[in-house]
Structures are given as structure tokens and as C-alpha cells.
Design a protein around this ligand. Structure first.
Ligand code: AQP
Length: 331
């Protein structure tokens, strides 16, 4: 594991459903790359998943599955710590201190709160304060970089603002983190509704490629993906969101530019076939590793316990520092 003078990276994923291609291309792929040249901490943020409707009977299983998936995509416990947010009490401990620094107005401007709360009969306070808990997740570990998809950009900006405000008011306490957003794949769109991002908890099963989808499911979803009536392949996200999304997916997988890839295709059918093949080649080995790991709960729990221990050591030191900075009576 990299330590001496290395930058520190931290990120998290919610156990809110089956992990999809957007999570992989927007975040997990960067996590895997970062583990080799940064001191890396990755967590399953199970407390965040309580902010929307959840099934208590499946919560623990989903958390274990998420850890299996992190291992299956290529995180290596020798190169990073993988832990569970709710196992480290300091996350909620720091959240309170930060809630007394963040303002109602800035939380009220968070677009994810508006999107997730829209149309709900009642919305939890937790959904409103979610970005402050996310700030605590990050600031506890003095993370320099936070690899995230584009949808988390606003939350990360808030974490930076809270950290800077705390430091200005109470003295240098937190590292102000930077977002690490991939140049392509940062916002993979739904295949049926290319105006919406692909999402774990959306109802659009046909529009979402899950990392555990079979090759037939992937091919079928691609065949039925929404494009437009022109049948000319151009990269133009404004005018041709469906086709451009397919090109971006291919670009994120092959590392070739979307506009250059577009020149190779004279029909949507061929483009869809190639995208389906590229996705299957990417996710098939992941699904196989996931199946092996999910039958070895003892190993997965060992990984979590080891990750928890490393995380707790750093988190308790940071929380003690923050409590002292803010002027609380020391125990
Ligand atoms: N469609 C996406 N394209 C690129 N990146 C994405 N991410 C999510 N969706 C896309 C990134 O994946 C990481 C983990 O996401 P999360 O678990 O924190 O939850 P989320 O951002 O709210 O993503 P989901 O999948 O849509 O979950 P639900 O349905 O629970 O809201 C993050 O870095 C995120 O940016």
C-alpha cells in the first residue's frame, strides 16, 4: 500500500441497488487506477442509503454485495482500504460539527435534494443533510482527491466550502479536497431516457446496464436503446443525446475520442453492436469475479474489518482535532 508522501484519495458508493455501468465508468474505474499511486480509502456509504426509501431486510446484504463488487472491479485490499461507513462512528460525529458550519441556504440549493425529493409525499431530514454527511466522509480522511461522477460535483464543491469556512473560523483543521472527474464517462445517460443519468434506483431497468447483466441482456438493451430518426452517426450531445451517449460509453471504454469513433459508423445498428460487445468484454470478467467472491463471505468480512481498522485510526484523529479546533472541552 502506498503511504510515504502519497496524496490521499477517498470516495464512496451507496448500497442503493445493483451497481451499473455509469458507476463503473464515472467512478469505480478511477478508484481502481488511483489505488496504485495514492493512499486510497473507499467506502460503502450505507448511512446515505437510509435517506431514501430502503428495505431493512436487504440492507446488510446489499452492503456486502457492494463490497464484493468493489473487489470484483479490481480494488485490491493490498493497495487500498475498503470499509463500511456505518462502522466508523466518527462520520456522524463530525457531521454534527459541520452542520453547525453549513447553512440552510446552501443545502437548499443542492439539485440532487430537489431531484430525489421531487414528487415524494414526505422527504427525510437526512436527504436534506446528506451533503454534510458526505463532507464529513471526505474531510475525516484529509482526502486530497475525490474521484466522483459529474452528479456529485455540486456536493464536492459544498464540502470544499465547508472545509474552507471551518478552517478560516477555527484555524487550519481540514485538507480542502479536489474533485477527480473523468474526462469521459462522467455522466453516463439512461439508454431509454438519454436526458436522464443512468441510476441504480431508477425504474428504467431497460435503460440501465448493470455490471451483472448477462451478454444477452446487454445486447438486448443496446438493440432497444433510444436514438433518433436520422440514422447518421455524429457526436452531438445537444441534438443527438442517445447516439452521443453510446459514443461516450464506447469512448470511455476504448479511450478513443467520441467524435473520431463516430466517423467509423454508417448505421446505428453497427454502432449498437460494437457498444454492446465492448460492454460485454468489460463487464463479463467483473460478473465472474463477483460470483466467486459472493460465496466467500468470510474473506469479504476480513477485507472490511481490515479496512475499518485503518479508517477508524485516521477518522478518530481528525475528529479529535476538529473538536479541539471548535473549542469543545477535551475529555
Ligand atoms: N450515470 C452515471 N454516470 C457516471 N457516474 C455516475 N455515478 C452515478 N451515476 C453515474 C457515480 O457513481 C458513484 C457512486 O454513486 P452513488 O452510489 O454515490 O450514488 P449516486 O451518485 O446517487 O448514483 P446512482 O447510481 O444514481 O444511485 P442512486 O440511484 O442511489 O441515486 C458516484 O461517484 C457517482 O457520481
Amino acid at each position: 500500500m502506498t503511504t510515504a508522501n502519497a496524496i490521499r484519495v477517498l470516495s464512496g458508493i451507496q448500497p442503493t441497488g445493483d451497481i451499473h455501468l455509469g458507476n463503473y465508468l464515472g467512478a469505480l474505474k478511477l478508484w481502481v487506477d488511483s489505488q496504485y499511486d495514492a493512499e486510497s480509502f473507499y467506502c460503502v456509504v450505507d448511512l446515505h442509503s437510509l435517506t431514501v426509501e430502503f428495505d431493512r431486510d436487504n440492507l446488510a446484504r446489499r452492503t456486502l454485495d457492494a463490497v464484493c463488487m468493489l473487489l470484483a472491479v479490481g480494488l485490491d485490499p493490498k493497495h487500498c482500504a475498503i470499509f463500511v461507513q456505518s462502522h466508523i462512528d466518527q462520520h456522524t460525529g463530525l457531521e454534527w460539527l459541520l452542520e453547525c458550519v453549513a447553512t440552510f441556504g446552501e443545502l437548499n440549493r443542492m439539485t440532487q435534494f430537489k431531484d430525489k425529493g421531487a414528487g415524494q409525499e414526505s422527504v427525510t431530514v437526512g436527504l436534506f443533510t446528506y451533503p454534510v454527511l458526505m463532507a464529513a466522509d471526505i474531510l475525516l480522511y484529509d482526502a486530497d482527491k475525490v474521484p466522483i461522477g459529474d452528479d456529485q460535483r455540486q456536493h464536492l464543491e459544498l464540502a470544499r466550502r465547508i472545509a474552507s469556512r471551518f478552517n478560516t473560523r477555527f484555524g487550519e483543521t481540514f485538507t480542502v479536497p479536489e474533485a477527480l472527474i473523468p474526462p469521459v464517462g462522467a455522466r453516463v445517460m439512461d439508454l431509454q431516457h438519454p436526458e436522464n443519468k443512468m441510476s441504480k434506483s431508477s425504474d428504467s431497468r431497460l435503460g440501465t446496464i448493470f455490471l451483472l447483466d448477462s451478454p444477452d441482456e446487454v445486447t438486448n438493451k443496446l438493440k432497444r436503446s433510444v436514438t433518433d430518426s436520422e440514422n447518421t452517426v455524429h457526436y452531438d450531445p445537444e441534438r443527438k443525446p442517445g447516439v452521443s451517449n453510446l459514443l461516450e460509453i464506447l469512448s470511455a471504454i476504448t479511450a478513443e475520442r467520441s467524435d473520431v469513433l463516430a466517423l467509423r459508423y454508417d448505421s446505428y445498428r453497427r454502432l449498437k453492436q460494437d457498444v454492446a460487445e465492448a460492454i460485454v468484454d468489460t463487464i463479463d470478467p467483473i460478473a465472474r469475479r463477483f460470483r466467486e467472491l459472493s460465496s466467500d463471505t468470510a474473506y469479504v468480512m476480513d477485507v472490511i474489518n481490515e479496512g475499518d481498522e485503518r479508517a477508524r485510526e485516521i477518522a478518530s484523529a481528525t475528529l479529535a482535532r476538529a473538536r479541539e479546533s471548535i473549542g469543545l472541552l477535551q475529555r
